[in-house]
Design a protein around this ligand. Sequence first.
Ligand SMILES: Cc1cc2nc3c(=O)[nH]c(=O)nc-3n(C[C@H](O)[C@H](O)[C@H](O)COP(=O)(O)O)c2cc1C
Length: 265
Amino acid sequence: MASTSNVRAPWRDLLASHMAQTPGYEFTVATVGQDENKRPVPRVRTCGYRGFFPELEIHPKSQEEMKQQVKDGGNPPTYESDMFCFTTDTRMEKLGQLESSGNDIEAVFWLKDLMTQWRVKGKAFAIGDPTEDAEHEKISRSELEDFLRVKQNFNGPIEEWTWERAVTKYFANHSPLARGSFKNPAPGQPRSQLPSDPSLRMGQKVNDLHDPVARGNFRVVVIRPDVVERLDLSSQEDMRRWIWVLNSRGDHYGQYTWTETEVWP
Ligand SMILES: Cc1cc2nc3c(=O)[nH]c(=O)nc-3n(C[C@H](O)[C@H](O)[C@H](O)COP(=O)(O)O)c2cc1C
């Protein structure tokens, strides 16, 4: 059951305004993997930042496709959250690493124009398995749902909102060629090995928002932050650093509070 409270995290609007002033939208995402001796090891990669789940402004062309292919053109604007998201291919390594490490994640943005680093620690959950009854899909949804907030100006019925349409919007937001990347041969496998499945090829364009192969591999990863840190290097004489920590769980996210501490940089 999602929260009906509208208390935003105290850092959210500032971070959003920094993002709005930033031309690039990539961030660095770290997970915990295992080496060959099963020792925990850090793993990092660059990912495209997709904003706060589930709000996403999509290209008019993609909006048109949503209108044609998705019931009511997609979800009503029911929810917002303080959770960051990115999209990925389920065949890459990061999802297995999340699963085997208790979903731990850390992400960092370096906004050079603002001389500011934002660092986020938390748990991440992947959604978008077309088999909606799949156990991991049910777990992810239940871990995230309390952290959705009904938007202040939304008065419609909240039951109309579905996870499936939320994920479809992120898929639609990709170009047909980018959607086709989810039908590439399996990432990380030797290029000398041709896939036995003929539907897996490079350079395909996908216009069907429910293409079963591409959607089978496509996931939205949602990061539920516990600790958020802002490092402001804009003044060399007086560099500043703030840390916000999520306090212990209430029943709903709306009951959560954050403690802000300014620390020495
Ligand atoms: C600019 C840029 C943007 C990227 N965006 C994403 C992304 O949004 N999602 C993603 O899974 N990988 C993205 N990648 C690729 C990842 O960095 C990485 O190579 C891939 O996810 C495989 O990592 P893994 O096997 O550790 O999961 C991007 C790479 C670059 C250079």
